[in-house]
Unconditional design. Structure first.
Length: 367
């Protein structure tokens, strides 16, 4: 069969790559064309457009890049028609993907959404579009199944969270040690500032101010695969912070604590059992719009899934040197770390066992 897959972010590239591997294993003749990144390409897809050219964060950033976005949408429609896939698989990235889904139904393409749009957070009225334009919807958070089925009477499938696959595969195939990351023997505090330049700059500019308060530790930034090393160094300058490229799991596996931007990275950090402080900053305009439209108690997936504050969230003005320093000291305390790891174990049990990607791939192929 022919599959057209669209992922617009680093997390989508990761989950898409695991799905592609399983599709190819189950369907050796699969022809896969995709929007994504290096991981999806390595898994066997032909990449049409790289997500590094698609990742715009926040309402203001989307607004000023609207011409580029519309141009990409136009190209995507044309490319789908020329490829004529049996199935179109959307991975998260709802602003772009729902436009393509709406258009694709005119041509009777089968539409599959893997990693559902977070309608429970904002724009809940979009459920009408999901019902109308999506044939099959797969959710990856346990509470999403109840949201779609009980509240909106729309059947979905929860087959687990794909991060369990990624982390299981890493732990099975890697024996990481500090030597792979650094020769320094000081405990590591990892910095995961995201995969978009806008958020990286805002978070790093704030976080680097705290380094001098923790001289007995070493700070290492997890560089995103779509961001050049020179971008990080231009922000860090002469600060004693190291950057490692495309080795996030290697870094987390040997880290003592972490400072993490909200998103998938918060969940990855928790599944590696690393105590963390969640930091988030966006442009002032985007933040004000988000406050008006977004309806959630927490911004980190860890807290959302557990429905309680497990990890501290420092948002916008609270994301400053003094508060980061204070919260970082807390998660370095042994008693706090023990209680946090108990909660992390509860979280892991909620997400279920590995094998999510295989279960989803099998369901997609045999439908």
């Amino acid at each position: 069969m022919k599959y057209y897959i669209i992922a617009g972010e680093a997390s989508g590239d990761l989950h898409g790559s695991n799905l592609i591997k399983e599709i190819i294993e189950l369907d050796p003749n699969a022809d896969i064309r995709a929007w994504g990144g290096d991981k999806m390409q390595e898994a066997g897809a032909k990449i049409v457009n790289h997500f590094k050219d698609l990742a715009f964060m926040g309402f203001y950033e989307v607004l000023i890049n609207i011409r580029t976005i519309l141009k990409n949408i136009s190209f995507c429609k044309k490319d789908i028609l020329e490829f004529s896939p049996d199935k179109i698989i959307f991975i998260d990235y709802p602003g772009f993907n729902m436009r393509i889904a709406k258009w694709s139904k005119k041509y009777k393409f089968e539409t599959i959404y893997y990693i559902a749009p977070q309608l429970w957070a904002w724009n809940e009225k979009r459920i009408k579009e999901i019902k109308k334009y999506i044939n099959s919807l797969y959710v990856i958070l346990p509470f999403e199944k109840e949201f779609f089925e009980s509240k909106h009477n729309y059947p979905v499938k929860f087959l687990g969270h794909p991060l369990t696959d990624s982390i299981y595969n890493f732990k099975t195939n890697n024996n990481s040690s500090n030597k792979l990351i650094t020769t320094d023997k000081k405990p590591i505090i990892a910095i995961l500032p995201g995969s978009r330049k806008q958020e990286i700059k805002k978070i790093l500019n704030t976080v680097i101010e705290t380094v001098e308060c923790f001289k007995e530790y070493q700070f290492i930034v997890a560089g995103a695969p779509n961001i050049e090393l020179s971008y990080y160094t231009s922000i860090i300058k002469n600060k004693k912070i190291k950057v490692i490229e495309n080795k996030t799991y290697e870094l987390l596996s040997v880290s003592y604590a972490a400072i993490v931007t909200s998103g998938t990275a918060t969940l990855e950090t928790a599944l590696f059992k690393v105590p963390q402080v969640v930091c988030y900053k966006s442009s002032y305009f985007s933040f004000i719009i988000a406050k008006l439209l977004v309806n959630i108690k927490y911004i980190s997936l860890v807290n959302l899934i557990m429905d309680q504050e497990i990890v501290k969230e420092l948002i916008q003005q609270d994301c400053n040197k003094n508060k980061i320093t204070k919260e970082l000291k807390k998660i370095l305390d042994l008693n706090h770390r023990k209680s946090l790891k108990v909660k992390y174990d509860e979280l892991a049990s909620i997400l279920g066992n590995f094998g999510t990607s295989k279960r989803v791939a099998l369901d997609i192929i045999t439908k």
